[in-house]
Design a protein around this ligand. Structure first.
Ligand SMILES: Nc1ncnc2c1ncn2[C@@H]1O[C@H](COP(=O)(O)OP(=O)(O)OP(=O)(O)O)[C@@H](O)[C@H]1O
Ligand SMILES: [Mg+2]
Length: 221
């Protein structure tokens, strides 16, 4: 049985999609079977991994998989070991569908139930989250075994951390008691900027044992 990992934070532009895509690429290269799930209506992961226009996938996306609770017809092959369930902007309608048309018992478990049938076929399922704390994020965290929390070392993203960790705790209490916080991953650190370094030091002191030692730095200009 594979493991499901989500990459999230409600702050935009914090490296969620890039980190999901690169992790998928590296696992693929290492011979691991990976399913990437684009769970953001921006469709950036879809574009990144398939190098195609997101509208090429209209009506063949994660949204249709959710509505039918059947993901298999919506899995697209990307490379030897890598598949994707794509997204385009109509994924934004997931919440209204959930509250108007969904007749199941638990609206937070729809993604989890949808992915269940293929979980055994992959070593890893990686979910890219949108920059908000809505139904997509709750569903993705409910579907996850591990949550990676993204931190771009800048003030707004730092401010978003506490609330995201509260959301993780809520999901753990309400819908997914087995969810494990993998850690806080710092990306795009500019080590030449004092503010970036101050924020990383503060996060390390506030959340000591849950911050990954590895830090992804911005390439030097
Ligand atoms: N490790 C990295 N090194 C250099 N640039 C990066 C890195 N990670 C992300 N970026 C750049 O930062 C920008 C935002 O990244 P990305 O789209 O992955 O963020 P996001 O959190 O998914 O954004 P959104 O919340 O809008 O979905 C992009 O231009 C991306 O190329
Ligand atoms: Mg993104």
């Amino acid at each position: 049985m594979g493991i499901t990992i989500s990459f999230g934070i409600q702050k935009g532009g914090a490296g969620k999609t890039t980190t999901t895509a690169i992790t998928a690429f590296l696992l693929d290269k290492a011979g691991k079977k990976v399913l990437a799930v684009d769970f953001d209506s921006q469709g950036n992961l879809t574009q990144f991994l398939t190098q195609r226009n997101i509208y090429d996938f209209t009506k063949r996306t994660v949204l249709e998989a959710l509505k039918e609770q059947n993901v298999e017809p919506y899995i697209h092959h990307v490379s030897e070991n890598l598949d994707i369930v794509p997204a385009e902007d109509l994924l934004i309608t997931f919440s209204s569908w959930l509250y108007q048309k969904y007749h199941g018992t638990d609206p937070s478990r729809v993604l989890r139930d949808t992915l269940e049938s293929v979980k055994g076929e992959y070593d890893s399922i990686l979910i890219d989250l949108p920059p908000n704390l809505g139904d997509h994020t709750i569903n993705a965290l409910t579907a996850s075994d591990f949550a990676v929390v993204m931190l771009q070392s800048e003030p707004f993203c730092h401010d978003a951390l506490d609330r995201y960790l509260e959301m993780l705790q809520l999901v753990k209490t309400e819908t997914n008691p087995d969810l494990v916080l993998a850690g806080i991953l710092t990306v795009m650190l500019d080590a030449r900027t004092t503010l970036d370094t101050v924020i990383l030091d503060r996060v390390r002191s506030d959340y000591e044992n849950i911050v990954f030692q590895s830090v992804i730095k911005r390439p030097a200009a």
